[in-house]
Design a protein around this ligand. Sequence first.
Ligand code: GLA
Length: 395
Amino acid sequence: MSGTARSMEDSFAATYGAPPSGVWSAPGRVNLIGEHTDYNLGLVFPLAIDRRARVAAAPRSDGRLLLATTGKGQPAEIRIEDLAPGKLAGWSRYAAGVHWAFGLRGIAVPGMDILLDSDVPVGAGLSSSAAVECAVALAVNDLSGAQRPPEELVLLCQQAENDFAGAPTGILDQSASLLCTAGHGLFLDCRSREGRLVPLNFAAEGMLLLVIDTKVSHAHDSGGYADRRRDCERAAEQLGLESLREIGLPELVLAAGQLDHRAYRRARHVVSENARVQSVVGHLESGKPVAKLGPVLASSHESLRDDFEVSCPELDLAVEASLAAGAAGARMTGGGFGGSAIALVRVADAERVERAVVRAFGNAGFAAPEVFAVAPGSGAAQEPLLTDPPHAGML
Ligand code: GLA
């Protein structure tokens, strides 16, 4: 469980012998819809969740970067000038990768003491690594005086994840973590990188968004994710296109003969998923109830399972069991190969859905899933220091 900002400051002082200069935090995310579309320059619609990575930091004058966590990960230490891909392993490469990416932009990054505390579950497909990157990016942005805008920090954190940590992901996770605001989803066009915030009133409609963490750990620096990226690039190439963003479903169906069967199915997922994002955003922006999103969430899941082949038996069961227990809609979320599903449920049905999913996992002989509600949380920000001296006027 994450500590409060106060205990962060205390833990930092206990670790490094002096208080931090600041505490910065960034959320994990769930993607409501728009999966495996970001690196195809398509459309996504994620929300930040109310689970965050918090980073307390202070600059050092000796050019060394010290990284520690209140969680399970190992501490690490490296000179800023020695930072290079492959030099660190585990969680610390997400934090150090951000320092490295600032350096690539010619920004003089000071040495730093960093303490991480996160309650974003790791390996659950909720972007725990992007949350670390984004919180560290805010800290470095402030402490180095770089003052780069959040849109640039998105690309900088993606670079840390791709080129330093070695996971060839798109901009979905970092955009959600840095650009979302409380009570909203982010409708983002990954080609123009323009986005807009769309209100999400789950609670006002008597609805809850449940996350079902299957406990099947995923990792996007291993083969499957990169394979899917290559399949999509091959499909675009066979169609003579720069990216799959340039084609709609009717044209794809007509061009089917130009594609091998696998490339066609991968492309059909991406192209139909872009259309589903538009339909969900259109639905919500015209004031229609979130509870009616069931069919479009179901087709997203089927497309990811059958055409894109990134689901797994646990994710499929999470979706089936929650729908059978009365969820209004459900689908896998994130990159897949494990991780989490989401289920939209009426508040009154939440416990029944949770019990049904846990029972179904037990009956299937799967490890127990973790089911919890998430609310659309705020994006990355600096947190007030609780040890700040009170304002003179308040004395
Ligand atoms: C992971 C990646 C994202 C995105 C999703 C799939 O979360 O980090 O960039 O590709 O998978 O939508």
